[in-house]
Design a protein around this ligand. Structure first.
Ligand code: URA
Length: 235
């Protein structure tokens, strides 16, 4: 693929802006300044350096963000900055969007992509992709709460009960809850339905992917669909 086309596909602006980056000597490959926007490069495994930063080529972007509290997943945030402001400009301009939403006060693993088919695959209730939430509760957790969450509770917008795929106490006032759907405020509403209250919510897993321990809040990293779609480890 031609260099200017590669840069354009990665979100580095208009074709003219991409040519401008090359002519300004701001694009390198393996230490060599690339000075011809029409140069043909194989995209397989390609890592460019643009304005001094490494940029691995991805036909479709899939990134994992450690969402901090105080950010909204909405494209048009109302009270807090958007999670999009935590990503570099090329990812924003290629139309990356969150796969499902986390509430403003929820922290943890958020995936973002520009791959519409993958968004459908990972959010469709048909596909049952498990998401794991660490829940801090106001009141102590007891066995009957766990049993009710596993058996299914009825939320106010749908008579069909929703159930946790897995649920265990992770402390006297803490739960680890696995859900395969993504209804609006689902964890908070399910926990309220069994007489408790969510005081802190953190997503630790999405499908086969765990939030990396060394990724600080606000940090992001590239990931791949195969890892997300892999079966999560037992337990
Ligand atoms: N369930 C909630 O209630 N909030 C979230 O952010 C995610 C799941």
């Amino acid at each position: 693929m031609k260099l200017a086309q590669i840069l354009f596909s990665q979100g580095f602006g208009t074709r003219r802006a991409c040519e401008g980056l090359v002519w300004a000597g701001l694009v390198r490959h393996q230490g060599r300044v690339l000075d011809d926007p029409a140069e043909d490069l194989p995209t397989d495994g390609l890592v460019l350096e643009v304005e001094g930063k490494p940029w691995p080529y991805h036909a479709k972007a899939l990134v994992l963000l450690h969402k901090p509290a105080g950010y909204e997943c909405s494209q048009k945030p109302r009270h807090h900055p958007s999670v999009m402001t935590l990503l570099p400009a090329p990812l924003r301009s290629r139309g990356v969007q969150p796969i499902g939403r986390l509430d403003e006060d929820t922290t943890g693993l958020l995936l973002l992509t520009d791959d519409g088919a993958l968004i459908h695959r990972l959010t469709s209730p048909k596909h049952h992709v498990p998401k794991v939430y660490e829940v801090a509760c106001k009141h102590s957790v007891d066995d009957s709460m766990l049993a009710r969450l596993l058996a299914g509770v009825v939320l106010d917008d749908d008579p069909a009960p929703v159930r946790a795929a897995a649920c265990q106490a992770s402390g006297t006032h803490a739960l680890r809850l696995t859900l395969t759907e993504g209804k609006y405020h689902q964890v908070k509403r399910m926990v309220a339905a069994v007489g408790n209250r969510v005081e802190g919510l953190h997503r630790s897993r999405f499908g086969g992917l765990a939030l990396p321990v060394d990724l600080p809040p606000g940090g992001w990293t590239w990931t791949d669909a195969a890892t997300v779609l892999a079966l999560p480890p037992e337990g």
